[in-house]
Write a protein that binds this ligand. Structure first.
Ligand SMILES: C[S@@+](CC[C@H](N)C(=O)[O-])C[C@H]1O[C@@H](n2cnc3c(N)ncnc32)[C@H](O)[C@@H]1O
Length: 426
């Protein structure tokens, strides 16, 4: 077993679906495979009174696994769409009610459409809607939204159906479907693209009701709480303390932080913008996501680049030689990561806590940035002791990890195919 657990294959979960239960309700960039969280929680949160924390909660996979295991959990994110999605994914609903409600909405919507219904006030006016959606799609989305907003179901069901509508927006829009960034389909593809919004909505709702039912069954009668809030990892300790939880039994921080450098890797803000605006989430928060992401604000002074990590110093030296501006980006990311580690150390119960980060070593200007080793060195300053690192292959992550730093065709760097699962004790 011990040799098995150290093998890349063990942690790859190549043949295991990552879309079971509410894990599969909606797309989100760079989702962690739920089996990773499941295994780590099983090993490091044996005591069910431990609190599981994901400070970069994304679409909430870690919290779902914490619920299955029987631990209370907390998640923060600076992306309001991620917060809503995680709330929905960690809320038990009555799937029969949700099914009845979506069928009602669909029937009213179809009737309304036949009569020429249209709700221009419900259409977001803060992005170039005609560029991203066909006219008929806009019309039908506005009708579904109208009937959903006028539903007399409880908030849990309405939020659940909002997530179904969001995915309908995404599937029926003019964006290339193989990307998380906002690129429009080319002319030919667009000409042949004739999405039927009502059918798409129905299919998504049907599938999601089944997933919600599987989630409810999996939970049995367990009463574990998942708290999800909008919050920045850089103010983590303040936000966490406000929750006033009984944390005397320790914590497990289980997360995958952003990769940094969202221009060339994953742009969470860009991905969430259109669905978020359709759902009337706070526009200023949506627009701030990529800037607030770790490393989103460039630190300009190269002289100060010292975070007491020899590995980072070596990697930076190499990047500076090739491109000082990109070196500032790399430094800015680790500067923020360092600050967030300091924040985490302020609330963790000493001697009873663990931290597990799933990270990728990306390339910048063809220099490999050893994020896993740097993380360990930064952690030492705050008394995190490295236990072990498991490598894993990334089987089929849909993301733009193809680093094309020079933005020159055929000159893209190596695609990230491996990650490290770094375990530390506090
Ligand atoms: C790799 S994703 C997390 C994926 C998540 N583990 C999942 O399975 O869906 C990283 C998340 O960190 C969030 N994030 C980035 N910078 C943040 C910050 N400073 N504070 C809180 N969240 C942040 C992003 O919005 C994104 O949702």
């Amino acid at each position: 077993m011990s040799s098995q657990i150290s093998s890349k294959e063990y942690w790859t979960f190549r043949n295991q679906s990552n879309k079971k239960f509410t894990h599969g309700l909606h797309l989100y960039p760079a989702r962690m495979h739920p089996e990773i969280a499941r295994n780590i929680i099983f090993d490091y949160a044996d005591d069910k009174r431990k609190i599981i924390i994901d400070p970069f909660v994304g679409s909430g996979g870690v919290l779902i696994e914490a619920m299955f295991h029987g631990n209370n959990s907390v998640g923060f994110d600076i992306n309001p769409f991620a917060v809503l999605l995680t709330k929905v994914k960690t809320t038990i609903i009555n799937p029969k009610r949700a099914e009845e409600e979506y069928l009602k909405i669909l029937e009213k919507s179809k009737r309304d459409y036949r009569k020429g219904g249209f709700y221009p006030k419900l259409i977001p006016n803060n992005f170039d809607i005609k560029f991203w959606h066909k006219p008929n799609v806009i019309k039908k989305l506005s009708i579904i939204k109208h009937h959903l907003y006028n539903s007399d179901s409880n908030k849990k069901i309405v939020d659940f159906l909002k997530i179904c509508l969001s995915l309908t927006v995404r599937i029926s829009d003019n964006q290339r479907k193989s990307e998380y960034k906002n690129y429009r389909m080319d002319k030919d593809e667009l000409k042949n693209f004739k999405p039927n919004v009502f059918d798409i909505f129905q299919e998504i709702c049907q599938r999601n009701c089944q997933l919600a039912s599987d989630f409810k069954n999996m939970m049995g009668g367990r009463d574990t709480k998942a708290i999800v809030t909008y919050g920045n990892a850089l103010n983590f300790s303040e936000n966490f303390k406000k929750l006033e939880l009984d944390d005397s039994h320790g914590h497990l921080i289980m997360t995958s932080p952003p990769y940094g450098d969202h221009d060339t890797t994953v742009a969470y803000g860009q991905f969430s913008m259109h669905p978020g605006l359709w759902l009337d989430l706070q526009e200023f928060q949506l627009r701030e996501v990529d800037r607030k992401c770790l490393g989103g604000q460039r630190k300009n002074d190269l002289k100060d680049m010292d975070l007491q990590s020899p590995r980072l110093a070596l990697d930076l030296k190499e990047v500076i030689r090739r491109d000082p501006i990109r070196a500032q980006d790399v430094y800015s990311f680790f500067y923020d990561l360092d600050r967030s580690l300091e924040q985490f150390s302020k609330i963790l119960k000493h001697g009873k806590s663990h931290l597990c980060f799933v990270v990728g070593n990306r390339n910048v200007r063809r220099v490999s940035i050893h994020t896993d080793e740097i993380l360990i060195e930064l952690g030492k300053k705050y008394d995190f002791k490295h236990l072990t690192t498991y490598p894993r292959s990334i089987p089929n992550k849909l993301m733009s990890v193809r680093n094309a730093p020079e933005n020159i065709v055929n000159n893209s760097g190596k695609t990230m195919t491996e990650e490290s699962i770094v375990l530390m004790k506090y």
